[in-house]
Design a protein around this ligand. Structure first.
Ligand code: UD1
Length: 320
C-alpha cells in the first residue's frame, strides 16, 4: 500500500496490534516512531524490525518524550492503553490516568506539534450488553466497566479536539481482534490465543457458560488495514467507526474449529458464565465500508488457519 504521509507515531507500538501496524508502516516506507512503556507491550514483538524505526521507551504521560516523539509527524496512531478490562476493574483510578488522561495528553501533543491526523483505537466495549444486533455506531453507549467508560471519555475528547481545534481525527471501535503475537498467558487474554495454546498442549478448553455466546472476530491484518485507511480517507475525519467482520461466531464452534485444525478431539470443560460476559456481539460494518471503503479481506477460516500456524511454530507452555 502506498501511503500519502511520511512520518507516523504509534503509541503502544510494541503491543500485539501496534507491532503489526508498525510492521506495515515500515514496509510501506514510512518513517516510524514508537512510544511504548513496555508495561503490556513486548520489545520482542518488534525485534525483526530493529533499526528500522525510532523507539521511546516511555509512558504516554511523559509529556516531554511524547512531544519529542510526535514532532514532525503527519499521523499519530494512538493504541497505548491499559487493555485488560479486569485490570481496569481492579484499579480504575490508575487505568483512568492512562486511558483518559494519557489519551488527552496524546491529543494535546498532536495539536501542539501540528500533527495532521490522530487515529484512536477504541473498543466495542462501549456498547455494553445492549442485546440489539448488529451493534451500530448510532446506538447509545452503555459502558459497563471502567475500561469502557475510559475509552468512551477518550472518544469524546477526540471529537472535541476535532470540533474545537480542527485536528483531523478518526475513532475505530475494534471488535475481538486476534492473530499472531497475541499473548495467551493471562486468564484475560483473547479466547483464540488461549484455545490455540490449549489445543497444542493437548488440553481441554474451559468454556464459560454454555458456549453459545458469539463474538465478531477480526484478524489483526484487517485491523491494520483499517488504521491505514482511517489515516488517509477524506471522509473519516471526525468519525467513529466499528471495525469488525460483520459475522458472529459461537464459542463452541470456535473450539471445534481449532480442534479440527490441531487434529485432536478434545471435549471442552464447561464452567460458570463469566460475570459481565455479554451474550451476542456482532459489528454493523456499513459505516466503515462507506467512509473507508473497508472490508475484511481475511475470512474467519483463513485467519484461524494463519494464527494456528503461528502458535504451532511459537508454542508456549503458559496459558491463561
Ligand atoms: C473483548 C475484549 C475486551 C473488550 C470486549 C468488548 C479481548 C481479549 N477482550 O472481551 O477488551 O472490552 O471484548 O465487549 O479481545 N472464553 C471462554 N474460555 C476462555 C476465554 C474466553 O469461554 O478460556 C469466552 C468468554 O467468556 C467470552 C468469549 O470467550 O464469552 C470471548 O472472550 P475474550 O476473548 O476474553 O473477549 P471478550 O470478553 O469478548
Amino acid at each position: 500500500m502506498k501511503l500519502p504521509f511520511k512520518k507516523a507515531l504509534v503509541t503502544g507500538g510494541a503491543g500485539f496490534i501496534g507491532s503489526h501496524l508498525v510492521e506495515a508502516l515500515v514496509s510501506a516506507g514510512c518513517q516510524v516512531t514508537v512510544l511504548d512503556n513496555l508495561s503490556s507491550g513486548n520489545a520482542a514483538n518488534l525485534k525483526h524490525l530493529e533499526g528500522k524505526f525510532s523507539f521511546y521507551q516511555e509512558d504516554i504521560r511523559e509529556a516531554k518524550a511524547l512531544h519529542a516523539a510526535a514532532e514532525k509527524c503527519d499521523v499519530v496512531f494512538h493504541l497505548a492503553a491499559v487493555v485488560s478490562v479486569p485490570l481496569t476493574i481492579e484499579n480504575p483510578v490508575d487505568a483512568a490516568a492512562v486511558n483518559e488522561m494519557g489519551s488527552l495528553l496524546v491529543l494535546d501533543a498532536a495539536r501542539k506539534q501540528q500533527v495532521k491526523r490522530v487515529v484512536f483505537s477504541s473498543s466495542c466495549a462501549i456498547y455494553g450488553d445492549d442485546p440489539r444486533l448488529p451493534k451500530h455506531e448510532g446506538m447509545h453507549p452503555k459502558p459497563m466497566s471502567p475500561y469502557a467508560v475510559q475509552k468512551l471519555a477518550a472518544e469524546y475528547y477526540t471529537s472535541v479536539f476535532y470540533n474545537l481545534y480542527g485536528i483531523e481525527t478518526a475513532v475505530l471501535r475494534y471488535f475481538n481482534v486476534y492473530g499472531p503475537r497475541q499473548d495467551p498467558s493471562s486468564p484475560y487474554s483473547g479466547v483464540i490465543s488461549i484455545f490455540m495454546t490449549k489445543a497444542l498442549l493437548n488440553e481441554a478448553a474451559v468454556i464459560y457458560g454454555d458456549g453459545n455466546q458469539s463474538r465478531d472476530f477480526i484478524y489483526v491484518a484487517d485491523v491494520v488495514k483499517a488504521n491505514l485507511l482511517a489515516a488517509t480517507a477524506k471522509n473519516a475525519s471526525g468519525q467513529v467507526m466499528n471495525i469488525g467482520s460483520g459475522r458472529g461466531v459461537r464459542i463452541n464452534k470456535l473450539w471445534q474449529t481449532i480442534c479440527a485444525l490441531s487434529g485432536r478431539s478434545l471435549d471442552p470443560r464447561y464452567t460458570n458464565k463469566r460475570p459481565g460476559d455479554i451474550v451476542e456481539s456482532v459489528a454493523g460494518i456499513e459505516r466503515a465500508k462507506e467512509l473507508l471503503d473497508f472490508e475484511c479481506e481475511v475470512s474467519f477460516e483463513k485467519g484461524i488457519e494463519l494464527t494456528f500456524e503461528w502458535y504451532r511454530k511459537n508454542q508456549r507452555s503458559e496459558v491463561g
